[in-house]
Design a protein around this ligand. Sequence first.
Ligand code: MN
Length: 240
Amino acid sequence: MILLISDLHLQEERPDISRAFVDLLEGRARHAKALYILGDFFEAWIGDDAMSPFQQSICQALRQLSDAGTAIYLMHGNRDFLLGQDFCKAAGATLLDDPCVVELGGEPVLLMHGDTLCTRDLGYMKLRRYLRNPLSLWILRHLPLSTRQKLARKLRSESQSQSRMKNTEIVDVTPEQVPLVMAAHGVRTLVHGHTHRPAIHKLVVDGQPARRIVLGDWDRRGWALQVDEQGFQLAPFDFN
Ligand code: MN
């Protein structure tokens, strides 16, 4: 059995979500061969060298799961793209490229965070190109801690005020983009998060039936995609 989750937006201010996540790690995830976390795992991440005690406790909880034999795979989201190899090493996790294709349930499956599918959000796509090129990443990682903290606060307040103003359609995926990306990777199944619109969408790719599985964000409840002999099952669950 394999589990896929995303968009937990873990933060100290939401101990209910962190508790639900640790419950998952100590419960269902123990029986999983692998746990995939497809981005926006943390609400914010300014560098592996600036881990708060809260973030360290999450790292430790992941470590316990990987020590118990579950493989952990992490993908960057738009909020935690500075998560680096130091964190992954400490957590016993493997960082995945976005996008990447993995074998799940006997078929190749394309995994993405999902933000790159939202191509109509021109302002965000521009910001993403600017922030995520190797030179910017290098500079960001080497800025003094206080500067990174200030920058993170600024980005966060800007993205909050912008998403309030934007038409909700803009921040969903561009429908025409999906079959193109799937065909380019030769897959019939895509799993992504980011949009906070959990669903399984049927579509046609290269004349073949295909599906786009959107993971849910964790807020009032959690979401997980379980892949086992029964197939791909996306379901919410209540926090204890
Ligand atoms: Mn996101």
